[in-house]
Design a protein around this ligand. Sequence first.
Ligand code: C2E
Ligand code: MG
Ligand code: MG
Length: 450
Amino acid sequence: MLARRFSNKNSSSHESWGQRIASPSFRDPLTGLPDRSNFIGQIGEALWRSRRDANYNFAVVALDVRRLKAFNGTFGYNAGDQLLMAVARRLSGIFIGSAELARIGGDKYAILAETGALREAAREFAERVRDVFAAPFDIYERSIAVEFTFGVALGSSAYSHADDVLACAEMATDEAKASRSGIAIFDDTRYAKAKDRLLLETELHSALDHNELTVYYQPLVSLTTGKITGVEALVRWLHPERGIIPPSEFIPIAEATGFITSIDEFVLRTASAQLRQWQERSATDLHMAVNLSRRDLEHGVARRMVAEALKSSGISPESLEVEVTESLAMSDALASITALRELKDDGVSIAMDDFGTGYSSLGALAGLPINTVKIDRSFISSIEADARVKCIVQSIVEMAHTLGLRVIAEGLETQEQLGFLKSIGCDEAQGYLFSSPVPADKIAGLLGCP
Ligand code: C2E
Ligand code: MG
Ligand code: MG
C-alpha cells in the first residue's frame, strides 16, 4: 500500500498519490489548506476508526519549515508567503485524497495518512515525504533549497485525545532537528506513561473529596514484652477502578505537586482521632506514628498541622510520633531541622525512617532532634544471608542506644530475624511477621479493644 503511494520516490513533478475526498470548512486563508482545528477533527475520526477497525492504522506527520524567519529576512515576507503556498501546493499535489493535510501553524504543516501498523512503515512514509521535499522551491524565478524536519506520531489506542497525537508529532519535529535523517518518531509509551501520571495526578486531587483515601495501620511490637506499643498510619488510595493503589505509586506524584501536604494533614487528623478512640477503649499507652513529607517541614506547616490534629482529637503530644526520612534529615535543610526541633519542643516524638538508605553516618544522628531510629527493611531482609549486615544492624542498635535513641526494625518477616533482633537488644519491630498494615477495625481486634 505504501509502496504504491510512493511509487515515484524522487518525483519533483509531484505526481498525485490518490483522489482528495475531504472538503473541510475551516481553511487557512493563505494556503487554502484545512487549519489546525479542522485537522484535529480529522485525527479524532481516525482515532475513532482505528479503535473499531484493527486493520486501520494511521500516522500523523508534522512538517516543520526550518528557519522561515531567516528566509523572510533574506528574501522578504512576500517570498516567505510564496514559499508557504508552494509547500502547500506540493503537499496537495502528492496527496490528492490519500491523506488529510493541514497548515497547523505559521511554519508547520501536517499530514494524516493510513500507514502500516509498525514504526518502520511510518518511518518509510515520512522518508518518502522528506525525499519529495528535498527538491528546491521555485520562488520568484529562483530555485531555493529549504530544509524541513519531520515528526511522526503513530495513531495508537494509547492516545485519549486527538490533539495529543498532533502535539506528540510536533514534539517529534523538535527531536528531528538533532537527527541526521531529519525525521523523529514519537515513542508513544512515553505518552502513555506521561498521560497515566497526569490522569492519576488529576484524580488524586479529587480522591480526598471523594473519600477515596483511607488509613491503614501496622502494629509496632515491643521485642521485650511482645506487646503492641503503637501503630504506624499508612495511607491507601481506594481507587474506584484500579483498586488499592499503594503509596509508592501516588506519594511521589503528590510530593511533586505539593498535594502531599493535604494528604498528610488528612492522615494526621484521621490517625489522631482513631488513636483517641482506641485509647478510650482501653489501649491507654498506645502511640501513633505518622509519616510526614519533606514538603510539610519545608513550608513550616507541620507544626500547625500537628497542633490542630492534637487539639481536635484530644490526644497528648507524647502519644504521637512523626516519621521523616533519613534523606530529609540529612539534607542539611536547616528549615526542616528547625521544624523538627519545634515539633519536639511541643512534646511530639520524631523518628528517622528508612535509616541506612541514605548517606547518613551514625555520628550525624547525635546532632538531630530525634527520639527514634527505624532501621530500613533492606537491612532486616538481608540479616540471614549476609553476616556483614548482622554486624551493621548490631552497630546501629548499639550506637543509637548510646545516644539514648529507641530502635525499631522495619520489615520483620521471619522468626530468624526476630531471634537475632532480640539477641542484640533491638527495642521494637514492625513487619509482616506480626501483621501487615490493616484497616482500623482489624487493629481493634489485635489490641483486644471491646
Ligand atoms: P514507611 O514509612 O517506611 O512504611 C513502611 C512500609 O513498609 C509500608 O509500605 C509497609 O506496608 C511496608 N512493610 C511493613 N512491613 C513489611 C514487611 O514485613 N515486608 C515488606 N516487604 N514490607 C513491609 P507502604 O504502606 O506501601 O508505604 C510505603 C511508604 O510510603 C512508607 O514507607 C512511607 O514512606 C510512605 N507513606 C505511606 N503513608 C504515608 C503518608 O500518609 N504520608 C507520607 N508522607 N508518606 C507516606
Ligand atoms: Mg514510616
Ligand atoms: Mg520506612
